[in-house]
Design a protein around this ligand. Structure first.
Ligand SMILES: Cc1cc2nc3c(=O)[nH]c(=O)nc-3n(C[C@H](O)[C@H](O)[C@H](O)COP(=O)(O)OP(=O)(O)OC[C@H]3O[C@@H](n4cnc5c(N)ncnc54)[C@H](O)[C@@H]3O)c2cc1C
Length: 548
């Protein structure tokens, strides 16, 4: 059996090797920022260790709007540089991860008393395309009132003047994080989830030369050494900075953003819509598979960071604003799933949550600790380049390689034709072993070229497993345990497969037990650990959908 680099099976060996190693860099945080830094560093031959206190993408990177976008609304705040930078990143990410970064047509309805008038909206879309360097075939189109009504009959008519169609990309944020990290691991990085950094180790000059951490699975304290330590802890950046005796620099401001998921038949829109809210903000309604999700809110957050919750106020706000623009009738009891994430924004005096810039900032403390805060999922690659520039400078190294053309694992497609060719091939392969097309396509846009590994796993199963009605999801779980460091049922159903958000109708108590037992058996867990994993998922499942 080949060495399963990014699997819990390899965890003990990774720990043993890491304790003896002196790394070039240790990254604290396994969200998109940390993953991006790990990939940039390993592409430049650095010895990299990434530590994540819970599961990868369990922070903000699994709870965003899941768009690779330049942020049209930031035009109102004149954030031209940020829009240009992240706008151009869209194309790069699409090239490098075509399986999980897919073009998404967006509709911007223009109403008489909307936040931007007709002329400003047209200008804004033109500027947006220009700054983002958008391809000719994906540039904005302006539709008149009749055309827009035909394009989306569910839009409310009153005061509707026209509409714009423009292109963004959609993704699965947690999967993007995993694929970036897996690409880094394949190139030599070591990543350990469930390992919390608790303290820094200093040399006699007060420079950080390593960290103490808690291996939450083996329940023991460990020490790792490195030349540089990077704090990529997202909303926890300040908490991780407080551990440094020289903490300094601007503080973060956290705001909560909530998304609600409904069956598509309850909000049967035919494309994504980006529309005004009644308090001068904007929100999305995004159809995907059999669901439509809506979001987001933007409220200052002071509560416990580990478990931001969806409140009744968030639900009322989103439903009210949805129904103001789109002709649907939905109730809190129609919600089938939801998530709440925290934006790690750099505090700016006197600005409201929606006015605070989304741009990133890097702080370097006297101890050498490099902290990165703010930013967007879409800009992760550029942010990583900027952070690593500081590290290369600190270590007097000239970087030789860029991640600009680095295909992510699963995204090894030259163009749309090659994804099409692979698609036809795996649909045929799936049919031969009775896996239906919808399931195969879900895997294609989740795992890309790795779909073949899942299909191979089914072929390798014994007769009892092959005849199980849940054979597809069991094979997917098997793949995720062996290749994606799944340790708990929540890791799999929330962050690797996204089933809790996008296919929650599949989840039943019986299925949860079956999957959880398989995890327990494959990872040789104790009875208590297996029970905890099931309990944890059931709690999250309940919290995500039971509202009235
Ligand atoms: C509601 C919402 C919608 C958004 N929508 C979009 C969008 O559509 N497109 C877009 O481009 N951007 C979007 N963003 C922004 C984007 O999601 C974030 O900028 C990005 O995910 C931040 O990633 P991160 O890695 O910095 O933080 P995180 O993903 O939170 O990662 C930080 C990690 O550090 C870990 N950690 C903390 N302390 C420790 C410790 N002591 N030891 C080890 N690990 C630790 C945490 O567990 C966490 O996993 C959105 C944000 C929100 C909140």
């Amino acid at each position: 059996m080949s060495k399963l680099l990014f699997s819990v099976h390899n965890r003990e060996a990774s720990f043993k090797d890491s304790l003896e190693e002196c790394f070039d860099i240790i990254i604290i945080g396994g969200g998109i920022t940390g993953a991006g830094i790990a990939l940039d560093a390993v592409c430049n031959k650095m010895k990299v260790l990434l530590l994540e206190k819970d599961d990868y993408a369990s922070g903000t990177s699994g709870k965003s709007t899941k768009l690779i976008h330049g942020g049209l609304r930031y035009l109102k705040q004149f954030e031209f540089k940020m829009i240009r930078d992240v706008g151009r990143e869209r194309k790069i990410l699409y090239e490098n991860a075509r399986h999980i970064v897919r073009p998404e047509k967006m509709l911007l309805p223009i109403y008489k008393h909307g936040s931007l008038g007709l002329f400003s909206s047209i200008t804004a879309l033109w500027v947006y395309d220009f700054l983002g360097g958008v391809n000719k075939e994906e540039r904005k189109k302006i539709l008149d009132k009749e055309q827009i009504k035909k394009t989306e009959p569910l839009l409310k008519n009153k005061d509707l003047q026209a509409g714009g169609i423009y292109y963004e990309y959609r993704t699965d944020d947690a999967r993007l994080t995993i694929e970036v990290m897996k690409t880094a691991v394949n190139m030599g990085a070591t990543c350990l989830n469930y390992t919390e950094v608790t303290e820094y180790i200093y040399n006699e000059r007060g420079i950080i030369i390593g960290v103490n951490a808690n291996d939450k699975i083996a329940q023991k304290e460990v020490v790792f050494k490195s030349k540089v330590v990077i704090n990529a802890a997202g909303p926890w950046v300040d908490r991780v900075r407080v551990m440094d005796k020289y903490q300094e620099g601007k503080k973060l401001m956290l705001t909560k953003g909530v998304h609600l998921v409904f069956p598509h038949k309850k909000i049967p829109i035919s494309q994504s819509i980006y529309f005004d809210t009644n308090d001068g903000r904007m929100m999305f309604a995004i159809p995907r598979q059999n669901i439509t999700y809506i979001g987001t809110t933007d409220t200052i957050f002071f509560e416990e960071m580990d478990e931001p919750k969806v409140s009744k106020k968030d639900i009322d706000y989103l439903i009210e604003n949805l129904c103001n623009t789109i002709n649907v009738a939905v109730l809190p009891s129609d919600i089938v799933s939801s998530w709440a994430g925290l934006r790690p924004l750099v505090f700016e005096e006197g600005k409201s949550p929606s006015e605070v810039s989304r741009k990133d900032e890097i702080f370097v403390s006297k101890s050498g600790l490099i902290s990165i805060a703010g930013g967007k999922l879409t800009g992760y690659r550029l942010m990583a380049e900027q952070v690593m520039k500081k590290v290369y400078h600190q270590l007097s190294i000239t970087p030789q390689n860029s991640t600009k053309n680095k295909r992510l694992v699963g995204g090894e497609f030259k163009d749309e034709q090659s994804i099409e060719k692979y698609r036809n091939q795996i649909i045929e392969e799936g049919a031969l072993i009775s896996i239906d097309e919808t399931q195969v396509l879900n895997w294609l846009y989740r795992y890309g070229t790795q779909t073949s590994k899942i299909l191979d796993k089914i072929k390798d199963f014994d007769e009892i497993e092959k005849s199980d009605k849940d054979v597809g999801i069991l094979a997917e779980l098997h793949f995720a345990i062996e290749n994606e460091s799944v340790y708990t049922l929540s890791d799999f159903l929330i962050r690797r497969s996204g089933i809790l958000y996008f296919e929650s109708e599949k989840i039943t108590n019986i299925l949860c037990e079956k999957l959880n037992n398989k995890i327990g058996l494959m990872l040789k867990k104790s009875k208590k650990e297996t029970e905890n994993s099931l309990e944890d998922f059931k709690k999250r499942w309940k919290e995500s959908c039971f509202f009235d």
